[in-house]
Design a binder for this molecule. Structure first.
Ligand code: 13P
Length: 253
């Protein structure tokens, strides 16, 4: 089944890299990935480096993403950026509902669904993130949390909207901690999420959805993760900052 799903390798730079650092990254990175024909490659720089990334990635197959966008087209929302603004800047994707935004900017499942809908309406592909935290996993609440985040977030989209998103399973306990989920743990969560999609939408929607894994993905664990049929790619934080490391991840077959 997964052979029909094209792999996506995405980087999330978070609050790292100035414009000049962005140009230096792409100058080193692009020659190392060749045409990367076996997967889609996406990079999400901070807003101020998007223009530099779009320019540097021109003519390559690397798509550029925003790390967040608002649910309105415009308005009195100081500090926010609309999906239309990202499109005009050259983005094709946007990360929605990252756990750091849920944690530090109080993003709710309802905001995640509104933001996803607005991004889709603007023509962006949302990369919708969800995942349980350490306590939730330790107390056996993983499935409950995932199902809640799913139903209130991407599960609230229409079937047509849903068919155009990417999902990212990012267990909070694995983000930036070096504690990657084992391939089996990640696959079990992906399988559960696919079941949620089946229940909410259809078997076809579940079979077609690409689910990325995120949380301490590194060149030395990517192979084991990608060997799992359930994992359709990765959303990489720290290791996407280094052109050699991210190229090694992208080049994994
Ligand atoms: P790390 O790869 O640094 O754990 O970050 C994962 C992540 O949050 C990607 O969005």
């Amino acid at each position: 089944m997964s052979t029909a799903r094209r792999r996506v390798m995405a980087g999330n730079w978070k609050m790292y890299k100035t414009q000049s650092e962005t140009r230096a990254f792409f100058a080193a990175f692009l020659p190392m990935i060749g045409d990367a024909a076996h997967c889609d490659v996406v990079m999400a720089p901070p807003f101020t480096s998007i223009a530099a990334a779009v320019e540097a990635a021109k003519g390559s197959r690397v798509a550029i993403a925003g790390q967040n966008s608002h649910w309105q087209k415009e308005g009195a929302f100081t500090g926010e950026v609309s999906p239309q603004m990202l499109v005009e800047a050259g983005c094709t994707h946007v990360i929605v509902g990252h756990s750091e935004r849920r944690q530090y900017a109080n993003e709710t499942d309802d905001m995640v669904s509104q933001k996803s809908r607005a991004a889709l309406a603007a023509g962006l592909t949302p990369v919708v993130c969800l995942g349980e935290n350490f306590t939730e996993r330790e107390t056996g609440k993983t499935q409950e949390v995932l199902s809640q985040q799913f139903i209130g977030g991407p599960g609230a989209l229409t079937a047509e909207e849903f068919s155009r998103i990417l999902l990212a399973y990012e267990p909070v306990w694995a983000i930036g901690t070096g504690r990657t989920a084992t391939p089996d743990i990640a696959a079990a969560a992906h399988r559960f999420l696919r079941q949620c999609v089946r229940d909410q939408f259809s078997p076809e929607a579940a079979a077609g959805l690409r689910i990325l894994y995120g949380g301490s993905v590194k060149p030395d664990n990517i192979q084991g993760l990608m060997a799992q049929e359930e994992l359709d790619g990765a959303l990489v934080g720290g290791a996407s900052l280094d052109p050699k490391w991210f190229a090694a991840i992208v080049n994994t077959k």
